[in-house]
Design a protein around this ligand. Structure first.
Ligand code: URA
Length: 254
């Protein structure tokens, strides 16, 4: 502190002591000129909060289970899906993608989710991956026109083709399970990791593929997804082995 400041501070203190302010009562000064709260204009009374609207909480999975269980046939199931309002994906999708192929066929293929082309046409596997799938089936004399039924885990396209989220899969699962019951195929072909996760509860398609297992009480064959095969043509060799295994199984060979 400069000496002039020191001396004026000392003089102010001495003056206060002279006035009788010789005791420190509080850390902060008290503004005696402030208008006391008791004479302040009363604030308008707070409006009572609106009574909460009592809404029964809806569990999307339970709603899906009930809707799926109520469906008596595939058309009923399609209608139940079309009426299901709890999946956000529906809002961004152009079309419901339910199925393609022959209902009641011995082979039911379960893919992951519609992409752009599927969303536009309302049918599963119609884009590049779908064209490859058709060629793969043709290689063992099968086709969606005659011998195969096709669906996906999710019936609506995820935005930007992002991966399905676990809650989306969980709410669509009851529909998928009922779909399998109603289509009643002899075997399931489960393509890609997300489908394996949804139906087999497992991931790791490189390990799972080609190994027959069981899903929903049916023999199930995990296979590489055709979209993966487009990116990794070297894996077509494994896919070919799996197709032959499918063919042998259908002929009663495995
Ligand atoms: N990929 C899928 O898993 N399903 C389709 O319908 C199209 C691409």
């Amino acid at each position: 502190m400069e000496s002039a400041e020191y001396h004026s501070a000392l003089a102010a203190l001495a003056w206060q002591i002279e006035l009788g302010a010789d005791e420190c009562i509080a850390d902060a000064p008290v503004d005696r000129y402030a208008v006391p709260a008791s004479v302040q204009k009363p604030k308008p009374a707070a409006q009572p909060a609106p009574a909460p609207v009592l809404q029964a909480s809806v569990d999307p999975v339970t709603v899906a289970q009930e809707a799926a269980r109520a469906a008596q046939d595939l058309e009923g199931l399609r209608a139940a899906l079309a009426a299901y309002e709890h999946c956000e994906l529906k809002k961004g999708a152009r079309n419901l993608v339910f199925s393609d192929g022959v209902p009641g066929a011995r082979v039911m293929i379960v893919g992951e989710a519609p992409g752009r082309d599927e969303d536009m046409q309302g049918k599963p596997f119609v884009g590049r991956a779908g064209q490859l799938l058709d060629k793969m089936l043709a290689a063992i004399n099968m086709s969606r026109d005659e011998t195969v039924y096709i669906t996906n885990v999710l019936p609506w396209r995820p935005p930007q083709n992002r991966d399905p989220k676990p809650d989306e899969v969980a709410m669509m699962q009851p529909f998928l399970h009922r779909h399998i019951e109603l289509a009643n195929p002899d075997v399931l072909v489960v393509v890609g990791n997300h489908s394996c996760q949804a139906l087999l509860g497992k991931r790791g398609i490189t390990r799972l593929r080609g190994n027959w297992t069981e899903a929903r009480g049916k023999p199930a064959l995990p296979m590489f997804h055709p979209a993966y095969l487009l990116r990794n043509p070297a894996a077509k060799r494994d896919a070919w082995a799996d197709l032959l295994s499918l063919q042998a199984h259908l002929r009663g060979g495995t």
